[in-house]
Design a protein. Sequence first.
Length: 188
Amino acid sequence: MYISPKKLLSIILVQVQGLTIYRLIASLRGQVVEIREASDRDMVQVKNDLFRTRGKADYQYDPKVINIVAICREHVVGFGQLVNRLEGIGLYGGFWIHGLYVRPRYRRMGIGNMIASELIDRAQHQGAEEIHIQVEETNRPAVILYHELGFSDKHDSETKMFLDRIFEQTGKRYVFMSMPISDSIRSR
Ligand SMILES: CC(C)(COP(=O)(O)OP(=O)(O)OC[C@H]1O[C@@H](n2cnc3c(N)ncnc32)[C@H](O)[C@@H]1OP(=O)(O)O)[C@@H](O)C(=O)NCCC(=O)NCCS
């Protein structure tokens, strides 16, 4: 099986990032990370540098969405969104975390956790009682991170039927996870 040099580097990076020594060196290098609500300028970086969607339409302000970025040395190294779908119905209603992403070389330093925690805090301040995410079942880093934050998988029959339908349409298995906000804030 052919593995491109880029893919090989990424496999090695993931292995190295799992080592305690990597995180120790990263913390000794003093990577100061700021978590903040994204400015218009930050969103340009998110689009052009983080997700490399240069050329696609610019982000349009949406009062139902809060964009959070992680900044290191004036560069966006991580991103996540809180989406308020209180007016939505069914499984996709309520507050959702979307688009959580950390630049590969900055992973395993706690940045994903910090962004998600900020999104949960923001949801609480908006009066949310529960928060949800949808994640691919095979996405181990994200599944572990969300479980650590206090999310648990939804197994009710409506969710199961819905996820089976998505699987039939896309060939991808997703899990829905939810967390009661008040409990999560207390336990952190
Ligand atoms: C998922 C993602 C955001 C995690 O970001 P991160 O900054 O590396 O996460 P953190 O450093 O905060 O990790 C917190 C915990 O999650 C778990 N975790 C994260 N990455 C892991 C990995 N590759 N393997 C095993 N556990 C992992 C660990 O328990 C970790 O704690 P530890 O480092 O003290 O052991 C990042 O891997 C990413 O951007 N992935 C691609 C995009 C994506 O899949 N987003 C999720 C969409 S739902």
